[in-house]
Design a protein. Structure first.
Length: 281
């Protein structure tokens, strides 16, 4: 099983490839990487970061891979630095995804109702186009709102299903993370997701108050790890949501600065135990 993770390298701050590579590899599958940019830190909460766009290097990297005859079972794309890179991901899918492979897009664009720096409405529109080429997309609620032209402030329990329905016009298996829902236990954090046979289901976990950078990357990487090991979507979502929640909980306990990312390392063993129990291959 061979996965390619297309994402940036934020050297500090535990997101994108510094999260995807360890989690997907530990899941027991080959994780190759295609770095889109190198930043000294990610862009959320740091000033003065460096940003080197690697677009110029990518054509030669892909030409070399073609000469090796590489093909992938799963492609997961994350943070993309430009509209050109969105086009590049589409061509990677065309040239390198096996016929029965899975294209997963994490449309990384924003959080808490706002777009990250560097992104604008034109980028959002192009990202909709990339989502149309995917089998599975994993936006957070903010990104789901931008992809469906929904006002984030208006998004609530009554509109989540409408949002996921709209996302289904882009891609057959959307899921949306970070949806607050009222349960018997109080407010919980819920994933609305779509199964292999097209049913929309939910999985909720304890909501931990606060903003935690890199949570989406931990969730998406674990989901890829699970799907790569043949775990069905119901179980894959549950395992990934629990791992993310446990990582957030530990990070809160550690009281580290949110911009330095999640302590998912300490929760990796629990994640792997759950994965190994559920894995089919
Ligand atoms: O975690 C998402 C992410 C990935 N990559 C970069 C980012 C962010 C979010 O801020 O800035 C460079």
């Amino acid at each position: 099983m061979r996965v390619i993770a297309i994402n940036d390298i934020s050297c500090v701050g535990k997101c994108s490839l510094t999260v995807a590579l360890p989690i997907i590899s530990a899941s027991g599958v080959t994780c190759d990487i295609l770095p889109t940019a190198i930043l000294s830190t990610h862009t959320g909460g740091f000033q003065g970061y460096t940003f080197r766009d690697l677009s110029e290097d990518i054509p030669a990297i892909l030409a070399h891979w073609k000469s090796l005859g590489l093909k992938y079972d799963i492609i997961i794309s994350g943070y993309l630095g430009s509209i050109d890179q969105i086009e590049m991901v589409k061509s990677v899918k065309k040239d390198f995804l096996k016929e029965d492979g899975l294209m997963i897009v994490d449309p990384v664009m924003g959080d808490n109702g706002v777009l990250y720096s560097h992104f604008d409405q034109k980028f959002v529109d192009e990202m909709k186009g990339l989502c149309r080429t995917a089998d599975v997309i994993v936006p957070n609620l903010t990104e789901a709102c931008f992809l469906t032209d929904t006002d984030y402030k208006e998004a609530n329990e009554n509109s989540y299903v409408k949002i996921i329905d709209k996302l289904r016009s882009l891609c057959p298996r959307p899921s949306v993370t970070g949806c607050d829902v009222q349960t018997k236990k109080g407010v919980e954090s819920c994933v609305f997701y779509t199964t292999e046979d097209g049913n929309v289901r939910t999985y909720s976990t304890e909501k931990i108050e606060g903003a935690f950078h890199g949570a989406g990357d931990v969730y998406a990487s674990a989901l890829v790890g699970c799907l790569a090991r043949g775990v069905n979507t119901d179980k894959a979502v549950a395992i990934s949501a629990e791992f993310t929640k446990d990582s957030i909980k530990q990070t809160k306990k550690d009281a580290t600065e949110a911009r330095y990312g999640l302590n998912s390392e300490s929760q990796m063993y629990g994640y792997l135990k759950a994965l190994h129990k559920a894995a089919k291959k």
